[in-house]
Design a protein around this ligand. Sequence first.
Ligand SMILES: [Zn+2]
Length: 295
Amino acid sequence: MTDEIVRQTQKLEPLLQQLSSALWQAAEPAGAEDASVRVLTEALRSEGFQIEQGLGCQPTAFRAQYGEGTPRIGFMAEYDALPGLWQERVPHPSGDKARAGHGCGHNLLGAGSTAAAIALARALRAGGRPGTVVLYGTPAEETMLGKNRLLKDGYLKDVDVMLAWHPYTQMRCGGVSHNAMNSILFSFHGRTAHAAADPENGRSALDAAEMMNVGCNYLREHIPEGARLHYSYVHAGEKPNIVPEYAQVWYFVRARTKSVLDDITQRVVRVARGAALMTDTGMEYRFLVKGTIRC
Ligand SMILES: [Zn+2]
C-alpha cells in the first residue's frame, strides 16, 4: 500500500505544481478564498470526490469525500494569504504591497494536502481496498477562525485520523505541541476635539490604546517562558489635528496551557482598563477566537 501511495504521489507532481501555482497567483485573504477553493474542488471532483461547499457560516470552507467504509482518513487543506505580502517569484523583495500574498506557503499547503488525498484515493482504488478519504478545506487559517468555526458547527470529527502539515525549512514530522491562543479586539472610546485649538476638551482613544500597549510591553517581562503577546492597530484616528475619539487594537495572547493563557488574558484586560482610567476614556473588548490551538 505504501509503495502504491508513493507511486501515485509521484505521478501527481504536475498537478501539485499546477495547484500550487494557481493558489499562489490567487493569493486571497482569509474568508475570500473563492478562486482557491474553485481550483482545489475542481481537481478533487475530477477524481471522483463528492464536494460539499460552504460549511456552516463559511462559504469558502468545503468537505470532499471519496470511497466508503473504514478507515476514514482525513486531511486538512489551507489556502488563505496574508494582506500586504504579495511577492513576485524572485529571490528578493519585489511585489505589490497592496496585494495579499502567501507568506508562509499556504499555496503549498492547500496543494499538498489535496494531492495527498487524491493519491490515497487512487491507491485505495488500485488496491480494491475499503476506506474513506475526507479532505476538509479550512479557510481563514491566518486569522485563526476557520477551523474553530468548523468545529463549532460539528465538522472535523467524522474521521479516524486527521493529517495536516505546514511548509517549513525542514522535511520532518512535527512532534511539537502548539500554543493555546486568544484573539481579542480592544476598543477605546474618547471624546474628539481640535488638537490645537481645543485640546483640553479632548479625551484621546489613541492615547488609551498606546498606554495599553506600553503596559503590555512591561507585562511581557512577567509572563511565563513561551507565552506570547502581540498586537496591531486596527483604528488609530484620522488626522493629527483631530483628537481621536475611537481607537482599536487587536491582540493575540498565546501560552502553553489554557489556564496560563486565561491568567495572562485577564492581566491584559486589567492593563486595558488601567489605560482607559489613565486617559479618561471608555474600554470594551471582544473575543474573536478563544482558546484555539495554533502554531
Ligand atoms: Zn501558515
